[in-house]
Design a protein around this ligand. Structure first.
Ligand code: AMP
Length: 461
């Protein structure tokens, strides 16, 4: 039988895996770990939820073990592995996994991402770390500020490379690659194999081994997919009805736009659901708080845009609902990949209006199967917002997705943020400004000072 012990991992790593509850390597882990240990470059086509993080993190830790040092001197802890990811949420999750797997070693890891004060990250970088997880823009900021040195990097991981390209990170990636030692091992992970991805891999991988654990652009067999054909005006009522009628404890609802995410969350809150929204116009703190509340089950319905939800890893998330289906078919695969992870079963429901049917055709072409069309339930009327004077009727099956603590007749928890009119995020304004540290000659790495950060494209509405 294939076990982690058969994969030549050190006892301190195996111990951490046992503590994480892992017993058997997933297919991508079984294939990738020996190849990475051999020193090969890797091009891996793996959907999210397949265990791809451990597939690169475990052999990476194994290879760095000889450099582990109990010394507190920063000089003994130089960056030897760089993991680049497209979003903050994914960065946090990947680093949390690395930390968990490395907990019985002296290898140190750190995560850096934009949207938070860079000054809070610099002292941690200066204490010395071996594994750095970063979003490209913020890493370049640190390089400019000379708070990080990359000349000892021996392993580079590009995680969710397809999304990295979608989000316009290519120029940043090229700048970062130019600063790394030429002699290094490169591992690239991507859920999809577009021609751009193939081009990128031919540019920076050397004789890569190719692994594909599932058919490219395939969707997990553990996920039941259904489509409701419904007019746009009826979507909210149907959503509320599906949430009420479901036995699922939690649901992640996708919208195309930030405004729609906020609006739906606000309306669901009024209807008594413990709902919240997560999208790029919220501050990093708000996003992390909403995510944490969702992970803890305090929020039962999380409304998200594609960018914000990228990399979300919620254990046992039973249901994903596409309030609007994405116009890019790959995004459908990413979205429904939030459920049915690591062997669990999930349900993915899409509400498709007549205007969206053309996107559905593209999605079905991509996943090479027809999604089951379900007849609309009888009642599709928006229930009136509940007020103190007229509490909504209670039904047994409503309970699961409703606020865990608040009694039904009480006014729902209200996030004042949802009442504010839309304002462009101050983060965006900052992002558009060329990053020239004041009082610092722009001589050392001229190319970097010309950089504009790619804006994580989320339509407003
Ligand atoms: P990933 O595809 O890396 O995002 O992983 C998806 C989920 O699977 C995460 O919650 C991991 O903790 C979990 N996982 C990864 N590898 C294993 C394994 N070998 N056994 C059980 N769970 C795993």
């Amino acid at each position: 039988m294939n076990t982690f012990a058969n994969l030549n991992l050190a006892p301190e790593i195996l111990r951490a895996l046992t503590e994480s509850g892992y017993t058997i390597p997933t297919p991508i882990q079984a294939q990738a770990i020996p190849m990475v240990l051999e020193g090969c470059d890797l091009m891996a086509g793996a959907q999210t939820g397949t265990g791809k993080t451990a597939a690169f993190a475990l052999p990476l830790l194994q290879k760095l073990l000889p450099h582990a040092s109990s010394s507190s001197s920063p000089a003994r802890h130089v960056v030897r592995a760089l993991i680049l990811v497209p979003t903050r949420e994914l960065a946090v999750q990947v680093e949390a996994s690395v930390k968990a797997y490395a907990k019985h070693t002296h290898l140190r890891s750190l995560v850096v991402f934009g949207g938070v004060d860079i000054k809070t990250q610099t002292p941690h970088l200066r204490t010395g770390i071996e594994i750095l997880v970063a979003t490209p823009g913020r890493l370049l900021d640190h390089i400019e500020q000379k708070s990080v040195q990359l000349n000892n990097v021996q392993i580079l991981v590009l995680d969710e490379a397809d999304r990295m390209l979608d989000m316009g990170f290519m120029p940043d990636l090229k700048r970062i690659l130019a600063l790394l030692p030429r002699q290094r091992q490169n591992l690239m992970f991507s859920a999809t194999f577009s021609s751009e991805i193939k081009k990128l891999s031919s540019e920076f991988l050397v004789n890569p081994k190719l692994i594909e654990v599932a058919r490219s652009n395939a969707t997990s067999e553990n996920v039941t997919q259904q489509v409701y054909l419904v007019g746009h005006a009826d979507k909210h009522a149907l959503l509320a009805q599906l949430l009420r009628g479901s036995n699922a404890k939690q649901a992640l609802v996708f919208t195309k736009t930030k405004l729609a995410a906020s609006r739906i969350a606000r309306q669901l809150q009024r209807e008594g659901f413990a709902a919240d929204a997560i999208h790029g116009d919220k501050t990093q703190l708000e996003r992390m708080e909403a995510l944490e509340a969702f992970k803890q089950g305090k929020v039962t319905v999380l409304i998200a845009t594609d960018v914000a939800a990228r990399g979300l890893d919620i254990d046992q998330l039973p249901m994903v609902i596409n309030y609007e289906i994405p116009s890019a078919a790959e995004d459908y695969v990413h979205r429904i990949g939030r459920t049915g992870r690591a062997g669990a079963f999930g349900n993915a429901i899409s509400l498709v209006s007549p205007e969206e049917e053309k996107y559905l055709v593209e999605i079905e072409k991509l996943i090479k199967c027809q999604i089951q069309k379900v007849a609309l339930p009888v009642m599709v009327n928006t229930p009136p917002p509940r007020t103190e004077s007229r509490p909504a009727p209670r039904a047994e099956h409503h309970v699961h997705l409703r606020a865990a603590h608040a009694p039904q007749a009480k006014r729902p928890v209200h996030d004042a943020w949802f009442n504010k009119p839309y304002e462009p995020s101050p983060g965006k304004l900052v992002e558009a400004v060329p990053v020239v540290p004041s009082g610092k000659p722009a001589g050392q790495i001229p190319a970097l000072f010309m950089r504009r950060k790619p804006v994580q494209t989320e339509p407003e509405d």
